[in-house]
Write a protein that binds this ligand. Structure first.
Ligand SMILES: *[C@@H]1O[C@H](CO)[C@@H](O)[C@H](O)[C@H]1NC(C)=O
Ligand SMILES: *[C@@H]1O[C@H](CO)[C@@H](O)[C@H](O)[C@H]1NC(C)=O
Ligand SMILES: *[C@@H]1O[C@H](CO)[C@@H](O)[C@H](O)[C@H]1NC(C)=O
Length: 475
């Protein structure tokens, strides 16, 4: 230990000398005793700080030094010592910049973590064509990622700046040429155009339009655009579901009558809106279009009932034939909503189960193919089969904080989680298992041999795909 200190001092003095440089020396007046005293105190303190930094850096940087090796065994003692200080100091400065570093997260099913935000993630959205993902954070930025790079080591992203504000919600337009955000401080929706560069890549986003403010007091909890771009939906926690046209004019305001509204989602097909809150029913709203396909209004369609406490969140598959909900009563439920509600048909309960931790709020999502249910609670993600109801997978402790949001990719192969400063992308292993379960059920129902053969082939393919993922995730 004494040895370290001596080495540290030696190196520190050398570097101090170099840093001080000749100009400082020239300006020192040797006749002034207070100045000299001052200088020696400063120099002494600096040396102590540098010694401390060096020792701290050395303790932390030991692993790095072993790996970097190149500095070792080359040249004489002094150069190797200098090399060491360089490595350690650099590391220390990095630590200062970043603050306390989060532990490195690993999981066999993790495809990648999208890193680039310097603030906490607030929201994210998949483009309808599946090619891009956009993330927003409270660091005044949005980042656009290319989804085909998810499997690669490094990811480039295109940055968009939210001037003097940040996006608390973000959503792609259906043509992937624009996105909308909800500005946190400005409390308004804003539209950003995304230009295409001549090489076909995405250019930096530019503000195109800011909507008027709507409600200054309430928190906007949901924002989405209809798949055909006919309207924008926003919803606040004070019972206002607001439908806008793309010019920023309000088409309709609906009170979903939940007491407090916890969540609102637009179905991927653009025909339904589901809202949940303090009341124990999910309310499903029907979007009416004219013969020409123009927005006419939102009307009450039906409820998903059965819970006996408030409902945190709900999920819808790609064609709105299945919906899921998760409640404070500690259960999740899967409903068959492939119904003619105009003729009075009611949705019916297919499956229900308990979720992991009912003392924690939860977010539920249904995969686009309707086969997998994912529930995020705290920092855990749990998967259930929408075919059998059984628990299929559990990925714990994904973030230091809570999971903010989850979403399946349009192909059902991945699930994305949002939290801390990173988006994480996982293989949807549960999805492959649920697909095989679903096909096996279809096989039993199949009535002729050609049908049976086709399903058997599909099972084989799904099993091969699952084996492949297992192979990849073992490494
Ligand atoms: C539920 O979550 C709380 C808060 O994170 C935790 O203290 C508790 O141990 C959890 N209970 C179970 C059964 O996991
Ligand atoms: C997360 O899962 C772990 C077990 O994997 C459990 O101990 C913990 O209580 C869970 N937390 C929540 C909030 O459910
Ligand atoms: C086999 O059954 C399916 C429905 O289960 C039907 O659509 C198909 O036409 C049938 N094929 C033959 C060859 O009977």
């Amino acid at each position: 230990m004494v040895g370290h200190a001596v080495i540290g001092q030696h190196v520190a003095v050398t570097s101090l000398y170099i840093m001080a440089g000749p100009s400082t020396h020239a300006s020192v007046s040797a006749e002034d005793p207070t100045m000299l005293l001052f200088i020696s105190v400063v120099v002494g303190a600096t040396i102590m700080v540098l010694v401390w930094l060096f020792r701290r850096g050395k303790d932390e940087g030991q692993g790095t030094e072993k790996q970097t090796g190149e500095k070792k065994g080359t040249g004489d003692n002094t150069s190797s010592k200098k090399g060491m200080t360089k490595v350690s100091k650099k590391k220390v400065f990095q630590d200062w910049k970043k603050g306390p570093t989060a532990p490195i997260y690993t999981h066999p099913e993790l495809i990648t973590s999208l890193k680039g935000h310097t603030g906490n993630i607030t929201s994210g959205s998949y483009s309808a064509n599946g090619k891009h993902f956009i993330s927003a954070a409270d660091d005044r930025s949005v980042l656009i990622w290319s989804t085909k790079e998810f499997g690669q080591q490094a990811h480039k992203s295109i940055r968009g700046n939210i001037e003097y504000d940040y996006a608390s919600l973000v959503c792609w337009s259906p043509d992937s040429k624009a996105f909308i955000i909800h500005k946190h401080a400005g409390n308004a929706i804003e539209v950003y155009k995304v230009s295409k560069r001549s090489d076909g890549s995405v250019g930096n986003p530019q503000v195109a339009l800011t909507f008027p403010q709507h409600n200054d007091i309430a928190d906007v909890i949901a924002l989405d655009i209809d798949i055909n771009g006919r309207f924008i939906m926003s919803c606040n926690n004070k019972n206002e579901l607001v439908l806008w046209n793309l010019k920023g004019e309000i088409l309709q305001t609906v009170d979903p009558r939940h007491g407090d509204t916890y969540s609102a989602i637009l179905s991927p097909c653009g025909r339904f809106i589901a809202t949940t809150g303090f009341t124990p029913d999910v309310k499903i709203w029907f979007v009416k279009y004219s013969k020409e396909g123009n927005f006419e209004g939102v009307k009450r369609a039906y409820d998903l009932s059965g819970h006996n406490a408030g409902i945190y969140s709900c999920g819808i598959n790609s064609d709105s034939t299945r919906m899921v909900s998760v409640s404070k009563d500690g259960t999740w439920k899967l409903f068959d909503t492939n119904i003619e509600f105009e003729k009075g048909q009611q949705p019916y309960l297919l499956l229900t189960g308990e979720y992991e931790n009912k003392s924690e709020p939860a977010i539920i999502r249904l995969s686009p193919d309707g086969r997998t249910i994912a529930i995020a609670s705290g920092n855990n993600l749990t998967f259930y089969s929408a075919v059998t109801g059984e628990k299929l997978n559990h990925i714990p402790k994904i973030y230091t904080g809570d999971i903010l949001s989850i979403m399946f990719d349009p192909s059902n192969k991945m699930i994305l989680t949002l939290g801390d400063r990173h988006v994480r992308v996982f293989h949807n292993v549960a999805g492959y298992i649920a697909t095989i379960q679903d096909l096996k059920q279809s096989l039993q129902k199949a009535t002729n041999s050609s049908m049976k053969d086709r399903i058997k082939q599909q099972i084989k393919e799904a099993e091969a795909a699952l084996e492949n993922i297992k192979k990849v995730t073992k490494n």
